[in-house]
Design a protein around this ligand. Structure first.
Ligand SMILES: Cc1cc2nc3c(=O)[nH]c(=O)nc-3n(C[C@H](O)[C@H](O)[C@H](O)COP(=O)(O)O)c2cc1C
Length: 223
């Protein structure tokens, strides 16, 4: 089959698009407004960009009305800081509940029964129950036009300045134990998945050593 995204002429009972770029990791974004009110929301249009330094991005549609910024975007643009907490299978219900549309002054972290933990380099708190937190400084945002001119998408990019990893999140050989943490990821419809199997593919050939170092994330010339 083929369909054009502007026409959405796929003839299916549900739009298939959100089930195509999958699985999407979930950035569980904590931020604060200028008055210090805490906000927490999941964003599955989320990913990492680069490593030295690392950046992360997430993208947001509008809030209730076209043109109205979601609270996370408004907070981050206003205060310049946020935290991306790892969403895990254990925390899936809290992740879903923190997506409810509420007034900006409602503290979703408290509302869904999570514990705020102070960050080191940014003001928004981290979710203590989450095993990994990325402290981020707002770098830039961009607006992607919609087919409907008011239906814009806001992309927020932050530089990761600090990383917290729970001490018990590692394997005995010092790697993050991803299969045990079970990071949560979004697919289309009401479907989610989580990482519970991990396998290795070791690079081969003359450049194998350099590729192994690069894929491990080591920046050249940096410790
Ligand atoms: C797992 C999950 C992933 C989501 N991903 C996105 C996303 O990528 N972009 C978006 O605009 N909304 C996304 N949402 C909806 C937002 O979380 C929701 O609109 C929330 O109320 C935004 O909160 P805020 O206004 O406090 O930022 C997602 C919801 C869930 C449950």
């Amino acid at each position: 089959m083929f369909y054009e995204t502007e026409k959405n002429d796929h003839g299916l009972p549900y739009n298939p698009y959100k089930s195509i770029v999958v699985p999407r990791p979930i950035g569980w974004v904590s931020s604060i407004d200028r008055a210090g009110s805490v906000n927490l929301a999941p964003y599955s249009q989320f990913n990492n960009l680069g490593y030295d330094p690392p950046y992360v991005m997430f993208s947001a549609s509008h809030k209730t009305h076209a043109g109205e910024l979601k609270d996370s975007v408004a907070n981050i643009v206003a205060t310049g800081e946020f935290v991306c907490n790892m969403a895990t299978h254990d925390l899936r219900d809290a992740v879903a509940r923190s997506s409810e549309i509420v007034d900006p002054e409602v503290d979703e972290m408290a509302a869904v029964g999570l514990t705020p933990e102070a960050s080191r380099m940014v003001a928004p708190p981290r979710v203590a129950e989450s095993p990994i937190h990325l402290e981020c400084k707002f770098y830039t945002s961009l607006i992607l036009p919609g087919y409907d001119p008011l239906n814009t998408t806001h992309v927020v990019v932050g530089q990761v300045v600090g990383v917290h990893i729970h001490d018990d999140a590692f394997t005995e050989d010092g790697k993050i134990d991803t299969a045990r943490l079970r990071p949560l990821a979004r697919m289309g419809y009401q479907d989610y998945t989580s990482v519970d199997t991990v396998f290795e593919i070791t690079p081969q050939g003359p450049m194998a050593e350099a590729m192994i170092a690069g894929m491990g994330g080591e920046a050249k010339g940096r410790p």
